[in-house]
Design a protein around this ligand. Sequence first.
Ligand SMILES: [Zn+2]
Length: 290
Amino acid sequence: MEQDKLQRFMFEHGEVRGEVVRLNESWRHVLERREYPPVIQALLGEMMASAVMLAAMLKFDGTLIMQMQGSGPVRLLVVECQSDLTIRATAKHDDCGDLTRLPDLLGKGHFVITLDPSDPDQTAYQGIVPLHGDTVAEALEHYLLQSEQLPTRIWLAVNKQAAAGMMLQRMPGANNDELWQEALAPAVTVQPDELLQLDFTTLLHRLFNEQDLRLFSAVPVRFSCTCSREKVAGMLRMLGPEEVEAALAEQEEIDVTCEFCGQRYVFDAVDAAQLFTTPESRAEGSGKLH
Ligand SMILES: [Zn+2]
C-alpha cells in the first residue's frame, strides 16, 4: 500500500497553485478507532483530506483545527492537522437517519478554522464563517473566499480505503482570469476514482498535460493523536478536587476516553488523590483536554 502523502504543484505562469492528497492508512485509523455511520465517515474523510491540503498551503507552524459546527443531528466535526502533517479527527452527532445533504445534517452552522501556533508567544487565529454549500468542498471554498479572499476550487473523494482530494487556488495577487479558467477547465473533469487510485504524477499529467506544471516533492501524512495521561491529569486538576471527588463518589473510577483515538485513561481514588498532592499538582493553565 502506498504511503499517505500530499503533493504541491504550481503552474509555471505563477498565477495558480495546487495540491493533491491521498490518505489510506491514516484514514483507516480513524475508521477503526471509532464507529461512525457512513454519512459521518464521508464527511470526516472529506474534511481530513481538506485539512491536510489547507495546512500544507498555509505552511503555518502549529496546529490547524478545522471544524464544522452544526445545529442539526451533526453537532461537530473536527479535524486537527499539525505542521508535520500528522492528523486526527472526530465527530459528535445524533442519529442522522436517511439524511445525506450537508445542510440537512448540520442545519445552521459555522465553518471554523483555528490556527494554534507552536510558539506560545504567538496568539491563535480563528476564522468563522456561516456554513454555506451542499458539500464539504463548497463549504471550504466559501470559507476561503470569505475569509482569505482567495478563489479556490476543491475536489474530494472518499471510500472505505481512501480519502483523497485536489485543490486549485489562485495565488494572492493573481489577476489573469484566462489562466485561472485554463487551469480549471481540465480540473473539473477529475473523477473520484482518479483521486482515490491514480498515482499523483499520472493524475496530474492526465489532467494538465497541456500546461507547464512544477511539481514539488511529495510529503508524508500520518495519523497521530496528541492525547496523553498527563494532559487528562491536567484537565482533572483544572476541575478541582471537589468535582473529582464528586465524580468518584458516583463511580469508582474516572474513565476518560479520547474522542479522537479511543485511548482510555482511568483514574481510581488513589490516582485522583495524587493529582492534588504531588508536586506537579499545579494547574496546567490551558485547560485543554488534548
Ligand atoms: Zn487520543
